[in-house]
Design a protein around this ligand. Structure first.
Ligand code: 6PG
Length: 485
């Protein structure tokens, strides 16, 4: 069966790539009254979408890319929702060959922001606009209202922004979509969103592990705890679904389903990108890094088997006199570690923005993450407030609200980290986030010694505490120091 050519210039917007995310995004647009052109590499998928959902709104299917492009009203807007990497490049090129100056190509996939920068350069050289837009919220979000983070030119946002704002999630009437900044800014922010998503998931997993290993609680009992926590400061989508995951029964065995799932976490790469970028920009995003490496460690099944055989535990039993007090300590340790991870994530956005001249509004990023996306949470409102009070806030944790919250959780957090160290429960994010906290607030760090070592073996020079300038010591001749500047 072939699809007839749709009328020219009929559609407000088009989506190519009819897998679940693409078709849901197209349906969301149609539900909001937009005329939506749809296309897929294989026409069968397009036909399937029409058969299943064609009556939900005004869709204009095309079999060929030529028909798809000609069906769009000018300036044309075509959204690409295909696999990141080579498939995205191929579709961009096909579209660009058929489009005219002023038209807009929008990549809504999880593309690496440096790819977006490259594509933006190539496409803008041809007179077209290229928008890299982060879209978060999974399949349901795409259909019912995602959080959208579009980059590109302000001009393209004028055409695209109103449509994206309409279909995005809303909080008190405010859309979870705003213009992020030029070229790769939208995908950079989405990348950090995903890094924070990894961190949020890891702190939840550590809390779960502490409860099952130290208190012997069942999955469903722990699920009850998470359901209660969802009514506290931790209220968020990820806490909510954690309770549901823990309460789910396995249909075949009758056990808790989570107990039947292998403990090897997968990842598609956005967490690793965030770690790479934080290292490249010199931002200590330790929480995201620990969360990413914890997934890597879990997946190292051979190495884990070897270590399990060879390595002694040398742990100590530590009594837990009050189970409820312990659970509350775990909750506060989770909260403290979460604040650290968000603070670090926002520092990474600030640094990325500064280095690329994007001028990203940090408070607005927290605002558009309040609904629609995977890390949606009440908590994000406090981040927006902090950056509204002081857009140049040097560190989110140092904002009065967060400093107060951290002060409240610190005693519990220290107790949990000490408990886990003694009993041998791995909590990489809880413990490393506490170390970050102690590091960032420390009067002195041991970096003076590191500078001394660097100067000793490589004449790498150092700065003094009492005088301006750059110094190198001739370490073999005590007392002899060269002033280099
Ligand atoms: C979102 C998610 C999504 C991501 C998945 C899987 O914001 O909707 O971040 O974009 O692809 O969460 O990521 P991993 O496979 O790396 O866990």
């Amino acid at each position: 069966m072939s699809i007839p050519t749709p009328p020219a210039g009929i559609a407000d917007i088009g989506v190519t790539g009819m897998a679940v995310m693409g078709s849901n995004l197209a349906r969301n647009l149609a539900h909001h009254g937009y005329k939506v052109a749809i296309h897929n590499r294989t026409a069968a998928k397009t036909e399937h979408v029409m058969a299943e959902h064609g009556s939900e709104g005004q869709f204009f299917p095309s079999e060929s890319m030529e028909d798809f492009v000609q069906s769009l009203a000018k300036p044309r807007v075509a959204i690409i929702m295909v696999k990141a990497g080579a498939p995205t490049d191929s579709v961009i090129n096909q579209l660009a060959d058929l489009m005219e100056p002023g038209d807009i190509i929008v990549d809504c996939g999880n593309s690496r922001y440096t790819d977006t920068q490259r594509r933006e350069k190539e496409i803008s050289a041809r007179g077209l606009h290229f928008v890299g837009a982060g879209v978060s919220g999974g399949e349901v979000g795409a259909l019912e209202g995602p959080s959208i983070m579009p980059g590109g030119t302000p001009e393209s946002y004028k055409r695209l922004g109103p449509m994206f704002e309409t279909i995005s999630a809303h909080v008190n009437g405010e859309p979870c979509c705003t213009y992020v900044g030029p070229d790769g800014a939208g995908h950079f922010v989405k990348m950090v969103h995903n890094g924070i998503e990894y961190a949020d998931m890891q702190v939840i997993a550590e809390a779960y592990d502490l409860m099952r290993k130290s208190l012997g609680m069942s999955a469903s009992q722990i699920g009850d705890v998470f359901a209660r926590w969802n009514a506290t400061e931790l209220n968020s989508y990820l806490i909510e679904i954690t309770a549901e995951v823990l309460h789910q029964q396995d249909a075949t065995t009758g056990h808790a389903l989570v107990d039947m799932i292998q403990d090897a976490a997968a990842q598609k790469g956005t967490g690793a990108w965030t770690v790479q970028e934080s290292a490249a920009f010199g931002v200590p995003a330790t929480g995201i890094a620990e969360a990413t490496f914890a997934r890597c460690l879990s997946g190292d099944t051979k190495e884990r088997a070897a270590a399990r055989q060879a390595l002694p535990a040398n742990t100590q039993m530590v009594a837990i006199p009050d189970m409820n007090a312990f659970i509350e300590d775990v909750r506060l340790a989770l909260y403290g570690s979460k604040m650290v991870a968000y603070s670090q994530g926002f520092e990474l956005i600030r640094k990325g923005s500064r280095e690329n001249n994007w001028n990203v509004d940090l408070g607005a990023m927290a605002r558009i993450w309040r609904a629609g996306c995977i890390i949606r949470a009440q908590f994000l409102g406090h981040i927006t407030d902090a950056y509204t009070r002081n857009p140049d806030l040097p560190l989110l944790l140092a904002d009065g609200y967060f400093a107060g919250e951290i002060a409240r959780v610190i005693p519990a957090w220290r107790r949990i980290v000490a408990y886990a160290a003694q009993t041998g429960i791995p909590i990489p994010m809880f413990s490393s986030s506490l170390s970050y906290y102690d590091g960032v607030r420390a009067q002195y760090l041991p970096a003076n010694l590191i500078q001394g070592q660097r100067d000793f073996f490589g004449a790498h020079t150092y700065h003094r505490t009492d005088r301006e300038g750059t110094f190198h010591t001739l370490w073999a001749e005590p007392g002899r120091t060269e002033v280099l500047q």
